[in-house]
Design a protein. Structure first.
Length: 133
């Protein structure tokens, strides 16, 4: 006997495989978001190093600190950035502070793209790392 089409169970199996592949692709971290987090982490670490080497204050975020922040956010390809509300700067000893002069605990800079998040975390000692959330 010759078959002319697909059986319903075969069609359901094909549709379920396609939907699982689409879900896997839609929920994996964006490569561009990870690249942006890495680039922002490097830029923040370089601002810290510049402050320590030059013996000056390096502004990372916040127009109240300085009209021109050191970390350029224009190079980010896909993410929206939400920085610390009061701004962040590095003192000449390389330690982070808020723009109003207060001390800083751990500071998190969030990057968001298509519902996914990455975070650049600056510790109270000035260490910088990034992670996907």
């Amino acid at each position: 006997m010759k078959r002319a089409g697909l059986v319903l169970i075969e069609l359901l199996v094909v549709l379920s495989v396609i939907s699982m592949a689409w879900l896997w692709h839609a929920h994996r971290p964006s490569r561009s978001l990870a690249a942006d987090a890495r680039a922002l982490g490097r830029a923040v670490a370089q601002a810290r190093a510049r402050a320590a080497v030059d013996g000056t204050v390096a502004t990372v975020f916040g127009v109240t600190c300085s009209p021109r922040p050191i970390v350029a956010l224009e190079g980010l390809t896909s993410a929206e950035v939400s920085g610390p509300a009061r701004g962040l700067l590095f003192t000449p000893d390389g330690l982070p502070r808020t723009c109003d002069g207060g001390g800083v605990g751990n500071t998190t800079i969030l990057l968001e793209h298509r519902g996914q998040q990455a975070a650049v975390i600056v510790s109270s000692l000035g260490r910088v790392r990034w992670e996907m959330r």
